[in-house]
Design a binder for this molecule. Structure first.
Ligand code: ZN
Length: 90
């Protein structure tokens, strides 16, 4: 099956871009992504990143499927669009 995924990207200046991509995934991965998040691939969401990180597909009730990566000490998998909105409100 194919899913639509929003990706929050950052260019070389740190400007934010949103890209919509379509990913083909299996049913098991789809269900995993909906429930807890599923590994997608190694990659960079910004040219500012030194190394590639494991990227995950997560399902957010507000933003749908999005790509994220483990953050913080507890390596939480969270929607980056939600995090960005929370950050903006501070
Ligand atoms: Zn979200």
């Amino acid at each position: 099956m194919k899913i639509k995924v929003s990706v929050l990207l950052m260019d070389k200046k740190g400007e934010v871009l949103t890209e919509i991509i379509h990913i083909r995934i299996g049913l098991v991965k789809y269900l995993k992504a909906r429930l807890v998040g599923a590994f997608w691939r190694y990659g960079k969401l910004s040219p500012l990143w030194q190394n590639e990180l494991p990227l995950w597909i997560v399902y957010c009730p507000t933003h749908g499927f999005t790509i994220t990566y483990p953050m913080g000490y507890d390596e939480k998998i969270q929607c980056r669009f939600c995090l960005r909105e929370a950050y903006r409100k501070m």
